[in-house]
Design a protein around this ligand. Structure first.
Ligand code: PLP
Length: 425
């Protein structure tokens, strides 16, 4: 049996039933290679993970060295140096007074732990999240996810979750749409959500600084400042889910740095270790210390190899000015896309920050009718030309361009000419 046949027979592939999947054999930088030696330009980074480039030499060397010393002992039963070093590093590079980290293996696990910490600290139980959000595929994280498409077949979900409207200016929930004049109505409305949809027992509000799976929605600059005022008024913690936005992706080490406020708890995963499984939630000491002995543990969390890889990864991002380069490269791609003249479909909006870029495809500019089938066809046509991108948005009509941040100018040229050819054909 070849790899595809074995997948069909033995792997529970719940995500891509209708798509003919690619088999990836190896990768370097922004290039995937299949078993026949055919190359593909990776503009999705294993879902926004390989920020420092596939096979990054510094990261691989650090992981190999750690593998020779110690692979596992459970970093919560015993102390290991890479965990201590990484926790210190994260306290230095994260905003505000975030200080103490708890490490897990994946994003959903870290959000789960952060939920528990916020409830423990506040003694409250309710939660507020955003529509269009995504926070993972476990029971609690799907409960916080504001997207029926992702939740289908898994309900009923956790009680105690209310949803505030996403700051989605292109499809403004209040039909205002201009952040200069709207008075941040969606942020203000959070006050109503807390007052009328909860029992005033809200532990935290969770949000992605740029909504990823929901279609690369970057809130206007003032949004989180207003949100924070509302939260402070109600004594509610602000939890930033930086799982997808962190580690340089949006042009800063963390996207929340550009939002004018600091979170009380921050969750990270994906790009933290450039592909080694690791996640983390971090909080100021007075919040983190609300956990009591025995409250929380993860067998694989804080794996020494993953932590060593994460340290090298962060060092690489810092030493090479990768976040700032991502901001510049993202602008080049956005401007390049704005210059294309699509045929039958319309680029409703080209948006995002850094190398977290969304192109919302619609069939009519005026009524903004989502065009998910065309978006899927565009992605398939790009693959024919050797370029891999993602799809997202509640309607499945947003092209997602999230390449390794090390993507070269030549590769950006290759992406843009493939996009132009496909969009204009
Ligand atoms: C913002 C956000 N939070 C949480 C998750 C869940 O992460 P994981 O798939 O590692 O559990 C994701 C995954 O896409 C995400 O984008």
């Amino acid at each position: 049996m070849n790899t595809r046949e074995k997948y069909q027979a033995y792997v529970n592939t719940a995500f891509l039933p209708a798509v003919d999947p690619l088999v990836i054999d190896r990768a370097r930088g922004a290039t995937y290679v299949d078993p026949d030696g055919q190359s593909f330009l990776d503009c999705f980074s294993g879902i926004s993970v390989a920020n420092a480039g596939h096979g990054n030499e510094a990261v691989i060397a650090a992981a190999k060295a750690q593998m020779d010393r110690l692979v596992h002992c459970c970093s919560y039963l015993y102390h290991v140096r890479p965990v201590a070093d990484l926790a210190e590093k994260l306290a230095r590079i994260t905003p505000g007074n975030l200080q103490k980290s708890f490490f897990g293996s994946g994003g959903a696990e870290a959000v789960e732990g952060a939920i528990r910490l916020a409830r423990r600290h506040t003694g409250r139980s309710e939660m507020v999240a955003l529509t269009h959000s995504f926070h993972g595929r476990s029971y609690a994280t799907l409960s916080l996810t504001g997207n029926a498409g992702r939740k289908k077949g898994g309900g009923p979900y956790m009680p105690g979750v209310a949803f505030a409207p996403a700051p989605y200016c292109y499809r403004c929930p209040f039909k205002l749409g201009d952040p200069e004049t709207c008075g941040m109505a969606c942020a203000q409305y959070l006050d109503d959500v807390i007052r009328y949809q909860t029992s005033d027992d809200v532990a935290f509000f969770i949000a992605e600084p740029v909504l990823g799976e929901g279609g690369i929605i970057a809130p206007p600059p003032e949004y989180f400042k207003v949100v924070k005022q509302v939260l402070d008024h109600h004594g509610v913690l602000f939890m930033a889910d930086e799982v997808q936005t962190g580690f340089g992706r949006t042009g800063r080490m963390f996207a929340i740095e550009e939002c004018g406020t600091n979170p009380d708890i921050m969750v990270m995963a994906k790009g933290i270790a450039n592909g080694f499984p690791l996640s983390c939630f971090i909080a100021p000491a007075e919040i983190a210390d609300s956990f009591r002995p025995g409250d929380h543990l993860s067998t694989f969390g804080g794996n020494p190899v993953s932590c060593a890889a994460a340290l090298a990864n962060i060092g690489f991002l810092e030493e090479n000015g990768v976040p700032a380069a991502a901001a510049r490269k993202g602008e080049v791609i956005r401007q390049g896309l704005l210059g294309t003249e699509p045929g039958r479909v319309v680029l409703g909006q080209v948006r995002g920050r850094g190398l977290m870029i969304g192109v919302e495809m619609v069939s009519h500019r005026a009524d903004k009718t989502p065009a998910p089938q065309e978006a899927a066809r565009i992605r398939a046509a790009l693959r024919e030309r050797g370029v891999l991108i993602g799809l997202g948005g509640v309607h499945g009509n947003v092209l997602r361009i999230q390449p390794p941040l090390t993507i070269s100018d030549d590769e950006i040229g290759q992406l843009l000419s493939a996009m132009k050819a496909v969009l204009e054909s």
